[in-house]
Each structure stands twice: as C-alpha cells, then as structure tokens.
Ligand binder design. Structure first.
Ligand code: ZN
Length: 226
C-alpha cells in the first residue's frame, strides 16, 4: 500500500531495463530476473573462477553470481551500479548471492568480507564504492564481519592505463596495500569485487592480503566475464 502510494509520485524502475516496477517487484522486474544469466557454480573449489586463478593465487573457494557479456543484461545492470548512481544494485546482487553462498560449507567458515577498494579520488567522483553494499549483504548472509579498512588502494589508475600496462600493473606491489596486520590474523577472508575479467585485480588484492599471517582467501564476485 505504502509502496503503491510512493510509486505514484516516485515510480521505481527496473535496475536492468528501466521499465516501471509493479508493486510486488523489487530492484529488477520479473522478466529481467528470469533472463539474467546465472553463473550457477555448484562446486566452489572447482569452477571457471577457480580455474582462472589457479596457480596465480591460493584460494579456498570462489563463486560468481552472473555471467557478463558485452551489450547483455548484466552489462546494463552493472552500468547502472557504476555510472548511474544505483548503489542498490549491489544490495540486490548481494542478497541474491548471499542466499546461495550460505548453502556451501566452504563459505560458512568465512570470518570477514573485504571489498576490493577504490582509490580515494575515484571514491570522491562516484560517491560510493560500488562493491560495498554487495559485500555488506554477503557478510550479513554469512553472519561475519565486513572490513573496508584493512585493504587500501594507493594510487589511481584508469581503465586505459590498466590495459596498456597490464603486466606492470599486476606486478606493482604498491597498488593495493594492507594497512595493518593484526585484526585479520588467521582469518578466512572473503574478497569481493563487481566483475572479474582477467583476474588481475583479485590476484593482486589476494596476494596483498596473504601477507597477513595465517589468512586464507575465498573470492565472490557479482559477475564473471565471458
Ligand atoms: Zn527489467
């Protein structure tokens, strides 16, 4: 009732296709919800994501919710998240993936969720880190901590710079930095990001976190690129 009334004045739109939502629809319309391509990783220790990162970083478990393809629905959804101010996309995807992860033994032992950080300049431009709400929902589902402080980004990079200097970027230890080594000692960390393409960001962040004594790492992303 309240939602109906509010909709009259502030119509809520689907975060994927921009159509007006019905009173019983939240975040995404029913059609998009059924058409969003799921990654459907049944095995959290042996899937496309663990294979992508195999030999690059030592992982316990990895999962992704959706499959990203150029010009597809997931691209539109993530575009709304990153460039249109729709921070609630992260909340929507976090609730969805959180309900999946809790079913897996390997994720129930997670102690703390750590999002891939943004550089402070980018954070000021966007106003939010697009992975925070997603990570918070995962922490809520897994009943564990959420830590945005321990991992920091030390200098801004643009996508273009990233493409041009990919090898240098991967090898640049200074880019992601662990700020203190006590809080997460011995913890099972769930590192989270929006989309995984080459795995370079996750690899660099995970290897930075692995400098903390006794930690183990799992990974969860909103989407995996085709
Ligand atoms: Zn829709």
């Amino acid at each position: 009732m309240v939602k109906n009334l509010l909709n009259l004045f502030f119509p809520e739109v689907c975060l994927t296709c921009d159509c007006q939502l019905e009173a019983n629809e939240f975040y995404v319309c029913t059609i998009c919800r059924h058409e969003l391509p799921l990654a459907s990783f049944e095995d959290t220790t042996n899937n496309e994501l663990t294979k992508m990162l195999y030999g690059r970083v030592l992982l316990r478990n990895a999962s992704a919710l959706l499959r990203f393809s150029k010009k597809g629905l997931v691209q539109r959804l993530l575009h709304n998240l990153k460039y249109k101010g729709h921070e609630e996309v992260g909340e929507f995807l976090g609730k969805w993936l959180g309900a999946e992860l809790i079913k897996h033994e390997g994720f129930r032992t997670v102690d703390v969720v750590v999002p891939v950080p943004l550089h402070s300049r980018r954070l000021r431009q966007r106003g939010y880190n697009q992975v925070h709400k997603f990570g918070k929902q995962l922490a809520y589902a897994l009943e564990c901590d959420f830590n945005t402080e321990v991992l920091q980004k030390t200098k801004a990079t643009t996508t273009q710079v990233f493409k041009d200097r990919i090898m240098r970027w991967v090898n640049d230890d200074g880019l992601f930095m662990v700020t203190e080594f006590e809080t997460l000692k011995g913890k099972h960390i769930l590192l989270v990001d929006d989309i995984i393409t080459t795995g370079a960001t996750i690899e660099t962040c995970a290897n930075a976190l692995l400098k903390i004594e006794g930690v183990t790492i799992s990974v969860a992303t909103m989407a995996i690129a085709e």
